[in-house]
Design a protein around this ligand. Structure first.
Ligand code: B12
Ligand code: SF4
Ligand code: SF4
Length: 388
């Protein structure tokens, strides 16, 4: 078969598979990206979730010898909840980012790409092909950009004309030559809405992100969130959508045709307090299908505590006091101490004083000390006599 025919057949198959966008590119090394990645590492902007081998990240032939072409795909996901649950006093909720709504996209895109690969192998039985979604070494955005799926915006997201940046990306590397598509020339123009809206200044310059300061990253770490970022996390349980929500290219964009990504409002905006009582097994049963569960319950529970502090939820004080006293995980105890210091009140103060006597972990003790100091400062400035 001629390369044009193979390509046309793949495009047809992609339509049948309900793939929203498909593009083709050469598998040449990503030389410009390599320079950026070196600079990125030098400045300490990596998240640590990226493939560490920069050769692998920029050379498709390091993954598939004789690589000739890249086939990029995009699947659109929803951006709005049609029936969001309401927050009530004492029944506050957190939020999972949109990239975690519905079924884990890794499985969905992988299935579609495997079906596309089968179609390719039916046409060229001697072909080799490798499917990658997110966890592979290549930059999915750089591949999609080269294949004409969209352009990379100042918020670093790959933006498509039809679906904005609300798309997941994946690709196939193959040793079959396929005629490449042309990259999109559209761009952001004078707009700077994402740079202005980012709560932490993580977008250090147009198109460049310091992942260490990005809330999407910080919600996924397993250790204590550094103090200056805790308040900024707000009620985010996983990920951050701010720089995409403000993007004019996403205005009125809400595609719900991919059934797998339709959100269950109770799961993507869950009540905070029940999350804190969940065992590993309960957590997996409740959230295991979502992409946002990949780090386990620890980070989500830590973020739920931060969210309760954000809402200054006094009704959560007994629960937070119990976690501070009894939870075996120092991160949960330390974050609870911080939250009690934020929420304040007589009961929070009592719980912190008791924990100060019992706690042995140095980091948790530091959090307790800082929380107590904050509450005592507030007592002094409000004029009430110090109680302990
Ligand atoms: C590590 C990682 C993260 C890290 C770091 C993100 C980042 N921007 O670097 C963290 C945890 C913060 C993260 C967050 C998110 N992620 Co993420 N993440 C990845 C992962 C695994 C690697 C990305 C990477 O290598 N980053 C390092 C940078 C340097 O590489 P890059 O972003 O691919 O590079 C492009 C641009 O940044 C730009 N660039 C880089 N440096 C410079 C410098 C200058 C001067 C300029 C102009 C441009 C520029 O050029 C590259 C393209 O040519 C990819 C999957 C993959 N294998 O590619 C998903 C991926 C990028 N993530 C994705 C998503 C959905 C998200 C979130 C939206 C999730 C959320 N709601 O919380 C946020 C978005 C945050 C943001 N503004 O980027 C999608 C993006 C889809 C899209 N439409 O763009 C991907 C592609 C996963 C997928 N397969 O769908 N992510
Ligand atoms: S995801 Fe959030 S914290 Fe990260 S760059 Fe975008 S707005 Fe900033
Ligand atoms: S908000 Fe504006 S600058 Fe940022 S990505 Fe969207 S169009 Fe580009």
């Amino acid at each position: 078969m001629r390369p044009e025919e193979i390509k046309a057949r793949l495009i047809e198959e992609a339509k049948r598979l309900n793939i929203d966008k498909i593009g083709f590119a050469s598998a040449d090394p990503f030389l410009e990206l390599k320079e950026r990645l070196i600079e990125h590492r030098r400045k300490g902007y990596e998240s640590g979730f990226e493939e560490p081998d920069l050769e692998k990240r920029t050379r498709p032939d390091k993954i598939l010898p004789e690589a000739k072409s890249l086939i990029a795909i995009a699947l659109a996901y929803p951006s709005r909840l049609s029936n969001p649950p309401k927050s009530k006093p004492g029944a506050y909720r957190g939020i999972f980012c949109r990239a975690s709504w519905g079924k884990d996209y890794h499985h969905v895109l992988r299935e579609r790409l495997e079906a596309l690969k089968k179609c390719l192998l039916d046409m060229v039985p001697t072909a080799s092909a490798e499917v990658l979604v997110d966890t592979g070494p290549l930059s999915d955005r750089a591949v999609a950009e080269r294949a004409g799926i969209g352009w990379v915006g100042k918020n670093t997201a790959l933006i498509t004309e039809e679906f904005g940046s609300w798309v997941y990306l994946g690709e196939m590397i193959t040793d079959v030559y396929l005629p490449p598509d042309t990259p999109v020339t559209e761009g952001c123009g004078d707009c700077t809405a994402c740079l202005d809206a980012c709560p932490t200044g993580a977008l250090v310059q147009p198109g460049q992100l310091n992942a260490q300061a990005c809330l999407a990253y910080l919600t996924q770490t397993k250790q204590m969130v550094p103090e200056p970022y805790r308040e900024k996390i707000g009620n985010r349980l996983y990920g951050c959508d701010t720089c995409q929500v403000v993007c004019p290219k996403n205005r009125k964009v809400n595609f719900t045709h991919q059934r797998e990504f339709r959100p269950d409002p109770e799961k993507v905006k869950p009540l905070l307090k029940p999350i804190l009582g969940m065992s590993n097994r309960q957590f997996r049963r409740e959230f295991g299908e979502m992409a946002g569960s990949w780090r386990g319950r620890g980070p989500i529970q830590r973020n739920a505590i931060i969210a309760l502090a954000h809402f200054r939820d006094r009704s959560a004080v007994p629960l937070l006091s119990r976690l501070l006293r009894e939870d075996p995980r120092p991160v949960i105890r330390g974050t609870s101490a911080w939250a009690l210091g934020k929420i304040g009140g007589e009961d929070a103060l009592t719980a912190l004083c008791e924990a100060e006597r019992e706690e042995t972990d140095a980091d948790v003790r530091r959090e307790i000390g800082q929380a107590l100091a904050r509450l005592r400062r507030e007592e002094v400035s409000s004029g009430s006599p110090p109680k302990r």
